[in-house]
Design a protein around this ligand. Structure first.
Ligand SMILES: O=C(O)C1=C[C@@H](OP(=O)(O)O)[C@@H](O)[C@H](O)C1
Ligand SMILES: C=C(OP(=O)(O)O)C(=O)O
Length: 460
C-alpha cells in the first residue's frame, strides 16, 4: 500500500501559465474493442500502444479466462499479441471479474454465446449498481440463459451458452439502450460470429454516446465484418469470419486528454498533446470545438481550429500536435448537449466552475449509472469548494462563484477516475484541494499523478 492509498493526495496549484506537452496513453475504448475483436479473429493480432490500466488488465484477464492467449512484450506492456483459441471456441466453466469496467461487463458476456460452458461474472461492489439487463435480455433472445445471483438485472450473474445457435433465419433483438450505448456495442461486436448475423433495434427514446457506437461499427468493418445502421436505431450485422489486420495501433485516449487540455484554460498558458488524430471515432474528438467555445485558442500543427474542417492536408490518417492556449479567461457555455460524449462531462464541468457565467451540461442523465452517480457527485463536489450546481432531469447546471468564495477541501473520488481528475482540475486554481483515493485514476490512466505533476513542472 502506498501513502496515496490512505492519505488524500494534495492536488498541486498551478504556479504560473503552463507551457507543457503531455503524451496521453492509449484509448480505453479502442483498446478494449481491439482486444474483443482480436479474440474473435481468425488469426493472431499484434496490438501496439494498448492502454495498460485497470480496465484493460481486466479485459485481458477476462479473455485469458475464456482461453485466449494474451502475450505482453516484457519490455513494453503496451505491445501485446492476442491469439484466439485454435478452434474459435471459448472456454466455459470459468469466472470473469469485471471490476468497475463497463467495457468488460458489457462486451465480454456476448462472447459466451460461443463458449463451451457457463461463465460467472462478478465485479466491484459499486459495479452492482450499473445497468446490465438490456444486454443480458438480448443474449437470452439469442438462446443464452442468464441466472442472477443478486438483484435481477445486475452483477453478479452466470451466462450459460445456448446448446445451438438459431440458424434458419436472422434473429431480431430489440433492446432499450438508453442507459448505455455499450449494450448495443457489446451485441454488435460479437454478432458477426452468429450463423445468420443479427438485426438489432433500439427501442428507447434516447441513445447516448453515438460516437462510441460508430467506433464499434468502424472497428468491426475494418476487421472484415459488415455492419451498418439501416435506419435510426437499427443495425444489421452480416455473418462474417473476422480477420483483423495483423498489426494495429491504438490512438491516444482523447477523453483522458480532457483534464490536461482543460488545464490550459484553468491554469492559463498552453498544453500540447502529440499524436492527436485529425479524424477519429473517439468522442474526445469533440474536445477542440468545446474548448474553443470556452474561449481557448486551439490548433492542430499550427492550423487553427476554425480552419481544420476545410484543411485538405489533414487526411483520414493524419495525426499532429493539438495545442490549447488560453489567457485564463473562460467563457460560460450556456447550454451544451453532451449526449455524444458523456464521459468528458466531469472535465467540462471542472472548466465551467471557473467560467464567467452559468453553464448547463445536458443529454447526460445516464451518467447516474456510470462508475458512480456522476451528476449527484459533481453537484456535491462543486458545492464543497464553494461554487454552486444543481441536477437537471438530464444533466447538471453549474453556477461559478466569485474566486474569493472558492476554498480548498478534501474531495471525494467515489472510486471514479473522472471524479478524481475533476478534483485535480479544480486544484489548479483553488488552494488546498486534496483528493481521496487518487489512485482510482488507474482505471484508465496508468500514472495520473506522475503525468499531472510533470505537466505542472512545465510552466512559463
Ligand atoms: O463503448 C465505450 O467504450 C464507452 C461508451 C460510453 O458508455 P455509455 O454509453 O454508457 O456512456 C462511455 O461513457 C464509456 O466511457 C466508454
Ligand atoms: C463511463 C466510463 O467508463 P466505463 O467504460 O466503465 O463505462 C468512463 O470511463 O467515463
Amino acid at each position: 500500500m502506498t501513502e496515496h492509498d490512505t492519505q488524500p493526495w494534495p492536488a498541486p496549484l498551478a504556479e504560473g501559465p503552463l507551457d507543457a506537452t503531455v503524451t496521453i496513453p492509449g484509448s480505453k475504448s479502442l483498446s478494449n474493442r481491439f482486444l474483443i475483436l482480436a479474440a474473435l479473429s481468425t488469426q493472431p493480432v499484434h496490438i501496439r500502444g494498448l492502454l495498460c490500466s485497470r480496465d484493460t488488465e481486466l479485459m485481458i484477464g477476462a479473455l485469458r479466462a475464456l482461453g485466449v492467449t494474451c502475450t505482453q512484450n516484457d519490455d513494453d506492456a503496451t505491445d501485446v499479441t492476442i491469439t484466439p483459441p485454435a478452434d474459435g471456441v471459448f472456454h466455459g466453466d470459468t469466472d470473469v471479474y469485471c471490476g468497475l469496467a463497463g467495457t468488460v461487463m458489457r462486451f465480454v458476456p456476448p462472447l459466451v454465446l460461443f463458449a463451451n460452458g457457463p461463465v460467472r461474472f462478478d465485479g466491484d461492489e459499486q459495479a452492482y449498481a450499473r445497468p446490465m439487463k438490456p444486454l443480458l435480455d438480448g443474449l437470452c433472445r439469442l438462446g443464452a440463459h442468464v441466472e442472477y445471483h443478486g438483484e435481477e438485472g445486475y452483477l453478479p450473474f452466470t451466462v450459460t451458452p445456448p446448446t445451438t445457435l438459431e440458424s434458419n433465419r436472422r434473429p431480431v433483438v430489440k433492446i432499450d439502450s438508453s442507459a448505455s450505448s455499450q449494450f448495443i456495442s457489446g451485441l454488435l461486436l460479437a454478432a458477426s460470429r452468429l450463423p445468420n448475423g443479427l438485426t438489432l433495434r433500439h427501442t428507447g427514446r434516447k441513445l447516448p454516446s453515438l460516437p462510441h457506437i460508430r467506433m464499434t461499427m468502424e472497428d468491426i468493418n475494418a476487421a472484415g465484418g459488415a455492419v451498418e445502421m439501416t435506419q435510426r436505431g437499427e443495425w444489421t450485422v452480416e455473418p462474417r469470419a473476422l480477420t483483423m489486420a495483423q498489426e494495429i495501433t491504438v490512438e491516444p485516449d482523447l477523453s483522458n486528454a480532457a483534464p490536461f487540455l482543460g488545464a490550459a484554460l484553468i491554469a492559463s498558458g498552453s498544453v500540447s498533446v502529440p499524436n492527436w488524430p485529425a479524424h477519429t471515432t473517439q468522442p474526445g474528438g469533440l474536445l477542440p470545438a468545446i474548448l474553443h467555445r470556452f474561449g481557448a485558442d486551439v490548433t492542430l500543427d499550427g492550423t487553427s481550429f476554425n480552419e481544420l474542417a476545410d484543411c485538405e492536408e489533414f487526411d483520414d490518417r493524419y495525426c499532429g500536435t493539438l495545442t490549447v492556449r488560453s489567457d485564463g479567461a473562460i467563457r460560460a457555455l450556456g447550454e451544451l448537449d453532451l449526449s455524444a460524449a458523456g464521459e468528458i462531462a466531469p472535465s467540462i464541468a471542472a472548466i465551467a466552475v471557473f467560467a464567467d457565467g452559468p453553464s448547463a451540461l445536458t443529454g447526460i442523465g445516464h451518467l447516474r449509472g456510470h462508475e458512480t452517480n456522476r451528476l449527484e457527485a459533481l453537484v456535491r463536489e462543486i458545492e464543497r469548494v464553494g461554487a454552486h450546481a444543481h441536477e437537471l432531469a438530464d444533466g447538471i447546471a453549474i453556477e461559478p462563484a466569485a474566486e474569493g468564495q472558492l476554498h480548498g477541501a478534501v474531495m471525494a473520488s467515489y472510486a471514479d477516475h473522472r471524479m478524481a481528475t475533476f478534483a485535480a482540475m479544480l486544484g489548479l486554481r483553488i488552494a488546498d484541494i486534496s483528493i481521496e483515493d487518487v489512485q482510482t485514476t488507474r482505471k484508465t490512466i496508468p500514472d495520473f499523478t506522475g503525468l499531472w505533476t510533470a505537466m505542472l513542472a512545465q510552466h512559463e
